[in-house]
Ligand binder design. Structure first.
Ligand SMILES: Cc1cc2nc3c(=O)[nH]c(=O)nc-3n(C[C@H](O)[C@H](O)[C@H](O)COP(=O)(O)OP(=O)(O)OC[C@H]3O[C@@H](n4cnc5c(N)ncnc54)[C@H](O)[C@@H]3O)c2cc1C
Length: 317
């Protein structure tokens, strides 16, 4: 334990930082989070968020972490207070493509018949997966961490050396912030924009397999609201919502489901996915302190969160 009575300092209060901090605290460590922004101002708040390994590597580790997270999200879905729901729906493509290899992990996964697909789509698969209402979920994680004795301080970390004096274990969950903090120029943003609308009666999700296109098409029902998406623009740092992009998102979704045409818009969200050639999950020594990196989760930070949190705990304890 350090002079301050902290066993582990976690940098960041997005989904990676909060989940990792919970895993460490529930393993018996005294944990404090330092974060530049509160959870409601992170990229994690902006996420859709559906379980699915998207825009992230390396595949072997991603496979394990995502299955571990799927197990936990399934359990959390039993409690509506968490914001996690198990939702059925279809992912489809306008091109003949193979179904994803992770499909077999999901409940009810099967190929669609041609008459189940919207016009213009040639292949698709149906399954049930966790969809996470991130504002509610981050609130749940925050409370669970506090209930375990954890503390969150709003404090920007200027350098990892500064953090090293605070606790014997420091975990870097700074998301895209790690680009300057480490520094790590391999981290780059993939901008995402979403529109939140009042739910006009949608109970199933739809997602188009759009390959590497920056224009995505998906809708995720979350009770009273539906998340319409989206975009994936590599290298774009702009944090403000773009009204033209929002209109195009609504148009794409309304083409498939006309009820979205007049649905009341509640919120516009923008987030910068922390993209890296592969997730950085690694332990090193810094001035006698154990420093663990857990960042670079791209478009799958929610999908990997519990697997990565458990991995960090294994490295720390
Ligand atoms: C539009 C959109 C849709 C998405 N959809 C999905 C989805 O469906 N499924 C899915 O799994 N993922 C999805 N993602 C990806 C997911 O949101 C990210 O991978 C995830 O949020 C990354 O979480 P994180 O905690 O690592 O980073 P962040 O949420 O960015 O949190 C980083 C934290 O570090 C703090 N920080 C940074 N620098 C410092 C510093 N110097 N000192 C102190 N604190 C610092 C920040 O304040 C913040 O608290 C989506 C992302 C976007 C943008």
């Amino acid at each position: 334990m350090s002079r301050r009575g902290i066993d582990a300092l976690v940098i960041g209060a997005g989904v990676s930082g909060l989940t990792t901090a919970i895993c460490l605290a529930e393993a018996g460590l005294r944990v404090t989070i330092w974060t530049a922004e509160p959870p409601q101002q992170t990229t994690s708040y902006a996420a859709g968020a559906m379980w699915g390994p998207y825009l992230v590597e390396p595949i072997d580790r991603v496979r394990l972490w995502s299955v571990q997270t799927l197990d936990v999200l399934r359990q959390l879905a039993a409690d509506p207070q968490t914001g996690v729901r198990l939702v059925s729906g279809i992912e489809a493509s306008r091109e003949p493509v193979e179904p994803p290899e992770w499909g077999s992990q999901l409940d009810g996964f099967r190929l669609c018949e041609a008459d189940e697909l919207p016009n213009g789509f040639v292949t698709g698969w149906r399954y049930t997966a966790p969809i996470v209402d991130m504002p509610t979920y981050l609130g749940y994680l925050d409370q669970r961490f506090a209930a375990g004795g954890g503390r969150i301080e709003i404090r920007r970390v200027g350098s990892l050396d500064q953090a090293a004096g605070v606790a014997p274990v420091v975990v870097n969950c700074a998301g895209l912030g790690a680009r300057e903090l480490v520094p790590d120029p391999m981290l780059t943003p993939i901008r995402g924009q979403l529109v939140v609308v009042e739910n006009p009666g949608i109970t199933e999700f739809f997602s188009e397999d759009t390959g590497l296109s920056p224009d995505l098409l998906h809708f995720y029902p979350q009770g009273k609201t539906v998340i319409l998406g989206g975009t994936a623009e590599p290298g774009n740092w702009r944090q403000e919502p773009d009204p033209h992009i929002a209109a195009a998102i609504i148009d794409r979704c309304a083409e498939l489901e006309p009820l979205f045409r007049d649905a009341r818009v509640i919120e516009h969200r923008v987030g910068l996915r922390p993209a890296r050639p592969c997730v950085r999950m690694e332990k090193e020594q810094l001035d006698g302190v154990t420093l663990i990196h857990n960042y670079g989760h791209g478009g799958a930070g929610v999908t990997l969160s519990w697997g990565c949190g458990k991995h960090v705990t294994g490295l720390a304890c």
